[in-house]
Structure formats: structure tokens, C-alpha cells
Write a protein that binds this ligand. Sequence first.
Ligand SMILES: Nc1nc2c(c(=O)[nH]1)N[C@H]1C(S)=C(S)[C@@H](COP(=O)(O)O)O[C@H]1N2
Ligand SMILES: [Mo]
Length: 556
Amino acid sequence: MSDKLDSLIRYLDHLECRASLKELTAQLRRLEIDDRDVAEFIRFADPSYQRVLVRAKRWYHLWVLCWKNGQRSPIHDHLGSSCGVRVLRGTATVTDCVFAANGCVKAVGSRDYPAGSVLASEDDDLHQFSNLQDGGADLVTLHVYSPPLRRMGVYSLTDRERGEEAWQESRKMVTVSPENSETPLESIQGWVTPNRLFFVRNHFETPAVEPASWRLRVEGCVERPVEWTWEQLLALPHRSVFATVECAGNGRSFLQQKAAGVQWGAGAVGHAEWTGVPLSRVLEESGLSSDAVEVLFEGSDRGSETDHPEPMHFARSLPLAKALDRDTLLVTRMNGELLSASHGFPLRLFVPGWYGVASVKWLRRIEVLNRSFHGYYQSVKYTVRRSSPNGLESVVVGPMAVKSELIRPAEGAELGIGTNRLFGVAWAGEEAVDRVEVSTDGGETWNSAELLGAQSAYCWTPWEYLWEVAEPGEYTLLTRAVSEGGRVQPSRHDPLNGGYLIHHSRPIAVRVQAGITALSGRVDAETLLYDMNAYAEENLRLPLDVELEFAAGAGI
Ligand SMILES: Nc1nc2c(c(=O)[nH]1)N[C@H]1C(S)=C(S)[C@@H](COP(=O)(O)O)O[C@H]1N2
Ligand SMILES: [Mo]
């Protein structure tokens, strides 16, 4: 890192409250940083300008923004944040906007800012940033936001209704109706996956549920069937569990032998804090019969499948032992927020350590059974084959396998000679991750990655590996995780798993070239700590009637 950038970071690291615009601009002027000081963070792409995070702390974010010719930001403001910008390469055009009396947005003038200029804006200053230079030139700018800009207001010249808060990233749609969408793993900056980015797996259209008339029926092999209202459930003691959840079909598009079903990339996985009433508490109110063996969960969503034309509700059962585990929750909140419609509002089951299919959304009915359930989603779908003394048998998908994912660099990336930082996550279902190993020679030799942050049951563990590379060439990267109990991520897909449990190490090809700056620095570790601290603080603000307890070791 250059001395000038280092000096700016040292100043920013000392912030203990929101920085004033005057302070920020004075620092940005004094330091005379130019594009060579941030060379390792410069990255251009289509169709949109790129934001590369340099450093994140409680009181600021420092970003390098890279604009190809013709790229522009939306018209935006900076809700609750001071923003200082230094132009590092090229000339930036800033168009100022105001709200006209009739509520429409109008542009009131543009100015050009050549390299070396320092600009400032805050809160409701409305403007658009553009690269409108002659001759196709690039633009690079350095932005400090204090406190960090988590979202911004985005506006349109033509659409008055579009005065909305917007985020840069969104879920990646695989199918639109019903929604099946991935977490954009490449933009993951922290431990917990923000709800708006958290993958969605829907078999049918999202049901509209009215909380006032909604009821949860608990019936079957119980002494007292009970009908719960949402308010009654909210009044029960809640607890929280941090847990990673993956769809059993995640990674299906990477299979050499094509398998039917949603063609997921790597992103049908996320990590969240799940808050709810332990299922055992609600079952206790009804009193289980002595012959109970399974508990069936039914969602409000309904529809048919090509091989099941008769309409049905989404439904799954759990063995009694897992149902009664204190970490199995009837969830009302995800990352502190009430569930969104896509994630199962008003109530969903959450089964930590198990593939997502177990965690039935939009719950309407719970039935205690004295026999095993063989519904469509655990007989025709969501089963794997296993060999047994009687030949192959069908086994219902349950606990998650051990798996690691390389997040940065991406497949096909061009890296430099020197130290390149690899960053990813690893998880092991009901177990904690013990270690992650990285191979940069296609699996010949393996080295240990450094684990960052929590190593807890249910939770993914972020990791990084500093790869020293001296020779240009094509390299194949592989990663493998090992669980605390010694389960090792395999190198090949098990054909008995069919289109599910796709957790083998997937080769990622990258090219190392002279003349490219290596991706060094510990940005992810810093951001991660920031993120964990932010969530710890958020927890303190949860309503006081929420009994906050973490699963063994899973708290932060
Ligand atoms: N009612 C209902 N619950 C459901 C599903 C569904 O389609 N309907 N999909 C399941 C599957 S396969 C997964 S992977 C998870 C996904 O949860 P998410 O959409 O909140 O990420 O929900 C599960 N629960
Ligand atoms: Mo799933």
C-alpha cells in the first residue's frame, strides 16, 4: 500500500464519529493521492461502474470507483452520510439536481472536475456522477463515506415515483416466476448475508398471507390441538441462532452430467441470524402423544409439478429428535428484521445444519405423526441413493455436507505476480469447520488457509489464503474443507447424489500475468470484523422481550 493511502487510512481509522465534510475534504486535498496509489484496487467492467472496497471500519468506508467511458451513477443522495471524493484519473462530470415544486427531479447544472479535484456532498444533496470525457478515456475516483453508506436514495428524471432507497447489489435471478434467485457471492463483504441479497428457493408462487387472520394449527398425535395467532407466538420467549443454509441443489449447473431442476450456480447459500420460538415450546403446549415419531410441516403455498398434476401444499417432515432440538425454531425474524414475504412471512420453520428444504416457509399447519411421511418433496424429490445390505435405497436429504467456496478471485480472473489474496467461506452443516485447504496446482499439493472469525456449529467460516506466485501462467485453484468431526470435502461428485448434495471441490481456472498488480491486502478480514461488530450492536437494539441466546459458541 502506498504511503499516501496509508496516511489517509491512519487518519480515517481514528474517526470516532461522523466526519465533517470540511475535515474529509481537507484530508483528501492535503494527501495528493493519485491513481498510482490505488493501482491494486482499479478494476473496470461492463455494463456498470465498479466499486472496489479499500477499507471498512465502524465510522467510514473507503472505496475506489472505476468508470469506463460513458458509465454513470444513478441520480442519488447520501442518506445520513458525509461523502468526500477525490478525482484520481480523468475528468468527472457531476450533474446537480433538485426537486421541482411538483415533486419531479430536475437537473440544474453540470460541472467538470479534472484529476486532483476534491468534491463533497452529504445527506440530501442530489446529483449524478458520469464519465463523459472525449476519446474514450477512463475515470478513477476515490470516495470516503462517514458513516458508511449502506444504501442510497435513487431518483429518476422521468419517473417521479422512483424516489426509493436502493442498493448496488441484488439477488441473481435464475427463474423469475416463481422466484429462484442466488445470493451474489462476489459482492459478499461480511459474515451475515443481508436479507435483500439472501437466496430464494420457491417451488410455487409466494402466497399472500394476512397476519391478522393467519393461524398456525398444531394437531395430530397430541393431547390438545392448538390454534396460534401471530401475536400469541410473538409473545413467547424467542432465541437466536446464527446458521448457514444451502439449497440441496446448489451448484447443479456445474455437474458434467446434466441433472433436472433449477440450474443453480454457486449462490444458493447464505448465512443469517434466525430468531424465533423453539418448536419444542409450541409442541409442549399441545402435549405429544407417546407414539409420536415425526412432525409434519405444511406451507401456505400450493401448486402442482409436471409429474404431480394434483395441486398440493409444500410439505416436509422432521424426525422427532431434530424437531425437539432447542435450536429448531419457528422463526419470525431474520437478521433482526421481520421475515420478508420471499423468506416465509409471517412464520417459517428453521432447521439449523440441514439443507434448506427442511425449513418450510409460510407455515400454516403442524401435524404430529405416529408414522413416517412420504410426501412428494421427500420421496420423488429431495432424496439421494445410498447402498445398503439390501441394495440401493432412497434416503431423504437432511443434514448439510461439508463444503467450501472460493469467492474471490472469480473463475477466469487475471492475477499478478506476487502475493494474491484468495477469500472464501466454508461450512459443515451441524458441525463446525475445522480447517480449509487450498491447492494452486490442480490438487497435487495442499496448504492450510487462515480461518477468519467464528468456527461454530451451523456457521460458515470465512477464510483467506495468501498465495505467493512467482511465475506467469494458467493455474487451477481448488479448495477443500474438513469438519470438526473429520468429514472431508470430496474431489468428485458422488453419482448416487444425482442432482443434490453437490459439494465436491470445483476447479477454478485463473491466469497469472506479469504487469498486473497482485490482489494483496487484508480488506476482507477488516470488513468482516466491521460486519460482525455491526451485527453485535444491532442485537443490542432488538426488543427487550426477545431472549437472546446463542447456540453453543455461535454468538459473536
Ligand atoms: N413453503 C415452502 N417452504 C420452502 C420452500 C418452498 O418452496 N415452499 N423451499 C424450500 C427450499 S428447497 C429451500 S432451499 C429453502 C430456501 O429458503 P429461502 O428461500 O428463504 O432462502 O426454503 C425451503 N422451504
Ligand atoms: Mo432447496
